[in-house]
Design a protein around this ligand. Structure first.
Ligand code: SF4
Length: 63
């Protein structure tokens, strides 16, 4: 846990779970229909980890 958080947007299914759990870090992009990282340091690591753990597509990771 730690480092920079990234989303593999090819695998994101746009469920918005990460955006709800850590809204300062992840935002839903209506154009692409996927989430994106807007501020990788916008939340404590444990909050980001909760979003990683909850992502149904398993497409959020520490880099
Ligand atoms: S939780 Fe995962 S699948 Fe859902 S919007 Fe976020 S990155 Fe995409």
């Amino acid at each position: 846990m730690g480092g920079t958080v990234t989303i593999n947007e090819d695998e994101c299914i746009g469920c918005e779970t990460c955006c709800e759990l850590a809204p300062a870090v992840f935002q839903f992009d209506a154009d692409s229909g996927k989430a994106k990282v807007v501020n990788p340091t916008g939340a404590p690591a444990d909050e980001i980890q909760a979003a990683i753990d909850a992502c149904p597509a398993g497409c959020i990771a520490w880099e």
